[in-house]
Design a protein around this ligand. Structure first.
Ligand code: GCU
Length: 502
């Protein structure tokens, strides 16, 4: 998104495909199975005990107080894919009792924290998302410190996410939400009940959260510390996490890619080290606290490169950008090989092949091709579909729309003008709650039918809250030009019909 520039909409599109909503079949449903730790097929290194209340089944596994003491489970999955593991445990020791989680013999998570609960009879749940094979899988939780594990009651395994095919990315970029909540913003279900904003989004189908990260924004938000903190909230809800590296202290988009101030004097050699070290550090810090990112974007809307001027693609020369993207890819994979590397441009309108061919010719590797698609800027839905399907077949990788949005009103609820003001920004969809819903459904269905793996709505929770402005250099006073494109209205109530489709 380009927020700080009021770009001309003279070329905005008027040919969006109107009114076509295809409901796709649900291809997987959620299933949760419980495996008690005290009974076979579980294997408990220690003693089965029942001397503290509150357990389920016949007791719990009280592992020996030693490094490596473990509980092993055999769990079944109907199909291969992601699954959420939920360990129920009690830890009255007063200190963290971390453990390594292995799935089918490979470590899925080092040192997953099992923080102290207030008593041995107080049980809590720790979750982790992993990949399972179809059929039987072994899951092993092994202590990494001499205290051993807490007492383990059971493991619950949920395959699918409760609302559809878990391989589909139903995303929400909620990067401004943390501050909104800090400022006291409230969020409501359609029926008027107040709720946690992530729970409300989940009930509308969201399974993936995207968070941008700036190196050193003056606002003190969207930096490493805040992303680490918010990642815990996101993962505790069982949501997947994408971290969107801007490699800047402020907005990076097609019109500007300012270097972070701390890197301003660095040339291309040092910038490769900077990108590697920064990416690795953020990813590894997330991993260390048990919130490994499921995906990371190396750069944001890098239509003509990032970290300008060194990383600018000038005269179709992709050499420097290639070096920077490889540094980001290598850092991510060194942190966690399972984290997907996303390369994101806003090139639906033109030049998608030019860009991705350009980085490919430099030997850049990536896992997911990501495009922004705002119909009022980036052309017709059929044009978008053509690019999605071309990207998928040309590079053989999943394609997502990493950003989209649409207004539900033309009203302005703060002192800052809205970026999109038209009453019908794209053909067939008025700036009303039903127009917003229909446009988002059409974007999802059109891209999915063209082969896309998912769509992320950009800033659905950013209704106008004084003090949560767009400019990280003046967050208190800069206002919000996006509140009419949030899916929560001025009072924080969700658009009743908006859905992230299964
Ligand atoms: C106490 C407690 C046990 C627990 C143990 C431990 O003995 O009663 O249930 O497992 O501490 O430190 O692991």
């Amino acid at each position: 998104m380009r927020l700080s520039s009021r770009i001309s909409l003279a070329t905005a599109v008027t040919t969006a495909l109107a009114g076509i909503v295809v409901v796709l079949p649900v291809t997987a449903t959620a299933a949760t199975s419980r495996y008690e730790a005290e009974s076979a097929p579980a294997v408990c290194d220690g003693a089965v005990a029942s001397n503290h209340s509150g357990y389920s089944g016949d007791g719990f596994c009280d592992t020996s107080n030693a490094v490596g003491s473990a509980v092993g489970f055999t769990v079944n999955a109907a199909t291969a894919g992601t699954a959420t593991l939920a360990f129920r445990y009690a830890n009255g020791s007063g200190a963290n009792r971390p453990g390594d989680v292995s799935v089918n013999g490979s470590v899925a998570q080092n040192g997953l924290a099992f923080e102290a609960t207030s008593a041995w009879s107080t049980w809590a749940t720790r979750t982790l998302t992993v990949q399972l094979n179809a059929g039987a899988n072994t899951v092993r939780l092994a202590a990494t410190t001499a205290g051993g594990l807490g007492n383990i009651d059971y493991l619950e395994v949920t395959t699918g996410d409760g609302s559809g095919d878990d391989t589909v990315m139903r995303g929400a970029d909620v990067s401004t939400l943390q501050r909104a909540v800090d400022l006291g913003a409230k969020y409501y279900y359609a029926n008027g009940t107040q709720g946690d904003p992530l729970d409300i989004l989940k009930s509308a189908g969201v399974n993936y959260v995207r968070l941008r990260i700036w190196n050193n924004p003056r606002s003190g938000y969207n930096n490493k510390d805040e992303v680490l903190q918010y990642a815990r909230t996101v993962k505790a809800k069982g949501l997947k996490l994408m971290v969107d590296f801007h490699y800047s202290d402020t907005w990076a988009d097609p019109g500007k890619q300012f270097k972070p101030a701390a890197w301003s004097s660095h040339g291309i050699g040092q910038l490769q080290t900077d990108v590697y070290n920064y990416t690795y550090d953020v990813c590894n810090s997330l991993k260390a606290q048990g919130t490994t990112p499921d995906s990371v974007q190396i750069g944001n809307e890098i239509n003509t490169g990032m970290l300008w001027p060194e990383g600018l693609v000038d005269n179709s020369n992709f050499t420097n950008l290639g070096l920077l993207l490889k540094a980001g890819y290598n850092a991510t994979k060194a942190c966690n090989s399972g984290t997907q590397v996303v390369i994101h441009t806003a090139r639906v309108e033109s030049g998608a092949r030019w860009f991705y061919d350009g980085i490919r010719s430099q030997g850049v590797q990536w896992d997911v091709t990501a495009l922004s698609y705002y119909c009022y800027w980036h052309g017709s839905m059929s044009g978008m579909a053509g690019v999605v399907s071309d990207m998928k077949s040309r590079y053989g990788k999943p394609v997502i729309l990493a950003e989209t949005a649409y207004p539900y009103t033309t009203a302005n609820y703060d002192g800052t003008d809205n970026i999109i003001t038209a009453s019908q920004p794209c053909a067939g969809h008025s700036a009303t709650p039903s127009g917003q819903q229909a446009n988002f459904a059409a974007v999802q269905n059109t891209s999915r039918n063209a082969g896309a793996t998912g769509v992320f709505y950009w800033e659905p929770t950013w209704h106008a809250v004084p003090g949560n402005g767009w400019d990280p250099a003046d967050i208190n006073n800069s206002g919000n030009g996006w509140e009419n494109q949030a899916v929560f209205d001025r009072n924080g109530r969700i658009n009743p019909n908006i859905r992230w489709l299964p």
